[in-house]
Design a protein around this ligand. Structure first.
Ligand code: PMP
Length: 361
């Protein structure tokens, strides 16, 4: 049997039809493509962290419930004792767990454009993904369209990123509430970018039986550790816990995230700097002829380039040593759009210079 035949007989059609998640090679480039925090820690904090790791028992399996870490997360976010926390290897794993628990053919809905993993994982698991386009000018939720899609498809899960990726905005609260009331399934508010937005639904979970909040430490500055969490009803989390792999959060992550969140003042300073630089970048971008930058409450900015020039401008910026994200290939509202992460001031300056040069070509 040829390898091709073997593969087609072995694997589900959904898997064969997928393309893998593409991560661009950033070697030698200033990396402003993945919404990472550009800052590291002060030396004394690094030393304390290494101390915290020193006696970590690598020969033993980690605590399967990561109780200490959950306790720290609960304290930091003032999470009510009535709610449970589920930890994932990044919030990507939580999206996967939620979707894995659904029956084949169930519907999953999110505003579009939205975070790509909602669709990617739905497709792979044989679920029916529906993306409801945002309003073109405001990038706001199209409430009538969302409500119509909910009535038509009865989605088991609705993902709403707050702020949204890749648009960077916070959607209208009244629209989110109307959607949550209309939905018969779960509404997951994905707060990956909450540290930059000063807005959260964590304190509203108790008001709706179907509302859950998902967060990650990635954007805060711990992307390398891979930790996401879901907060909500214990009865729902109990079901998801059944399909979670027993030791999904490794011991280095448990100790390191616990240490970092117990010293979160460092992130507060970094986040403040990023938000101030975001304002500066927005102003600079909108001052460039031909560029329209969208307002952002996240640590990145989506901007529109002159018609049919996005691919060239992206390539030229890369050639000048800065990697951002080309959204143009996704089309629709993202046609002509690029997305840049807010980096250190010197990185942002190099990006702006590279963009100016590419516009002049
Ligand atoms: N949600 C949103 C909206 C995101 O943009 C991302 C990462 N780009 C994630 C979730 C996944 O984050 P992680 O797996 O690193 O926790």
């Amino acid at each position: 049997m040829s390898q091709d035949t073997l593969i087609t007989t072995l694997f589900r059609q959904e898997v064969l039809a997928m393309s893998s998640y593409h991560v661009a090679d950033a070697q030698g480039l200033i990396k402003l493509d993945a919404m990472e925090n550009p800052y590291s820690w002060p030396e004394d904090l690094k030393q304390q962290w290494l101390e915290a790791l020193r006696d970590c028992p690598l020969n033993r399996y980690p605590d399967p419930e990561a109780q200490q870490l959950k306790h720290t997360i609960r304290q930091l976010n003032h999470i009510d004792a009535a709610f449970e926390i589920l930890l994932g290897n990044g919030s990507d794993e939580i999206i996967q767990l939620l979707l894995m628990a659904l029956p084949t053919g169930a519907s999953v809905l999110s505003p579009a454009p939205g975070f790509v993993m909602y669709k990617q994982l739905s497709d792979c698991l044989g679920l029916n993904y529906i993306g409801v386009p945002l309003l073109a000018d405001s990038l706001e939720l199209d409430l009538p369209a969302m409500l119509a899609a909910i009535a038509q498809h009865q989605p088991s899960v609705i993902f709403i990123a707050y702020p949204n990726n890749p648009t960077g905005n916070l959607f209208s609260e009244t629209a989110i509430k109307d959607i949550t009331r209309a939905a018969k399934g779960l509404v997951i508010i994905d707060e990956a970018y909450a540290p930059f937005a000063n807005a959260s639904y964590i304190d509203q979970i108790g008001q709706y039986s179907n509302l859950m909040v998902m967060r990650t430490v990635s954007k805060l500055g711990l992307a390398g550790l891979r930790l996401g969490y879901l907060v909500g009803s214990p009865t729902i989390i109990e079901q998801l816990n059944k399909i979670r792999l027993p030791y999904n959060i490794n011991i280095l992550t448990q100790i390191s995230v616990n240490f970092a969140l117990s010293n979160s003042a460092v992130f507060d300073l970094q986040t403040q700097a990023i938000c101030a630089d975001r304002a500066f970048m927005l102003e600079q971008l909108n001052g460039l002829g031909g560029i329209t930058a969208y307002p952002s409450k996240a640590n990145f900015i989506l901007f529109k380039t002159p018609k049919n020039r996005a691919n060239d401008i992206f390539a030229s910026i890369k050639q000048q040593g800065v990697l951002i994200k080309n959204m143009n290939p996704q089309g629709g509202l993202l046609a002509d759009c690029l997305r840049v992460t807010v980096g250190k001031p010197e990185e942002n300056a190099l990006f702006l210079e590279a963009l100016k040069n590419s516009l002049a070509l």
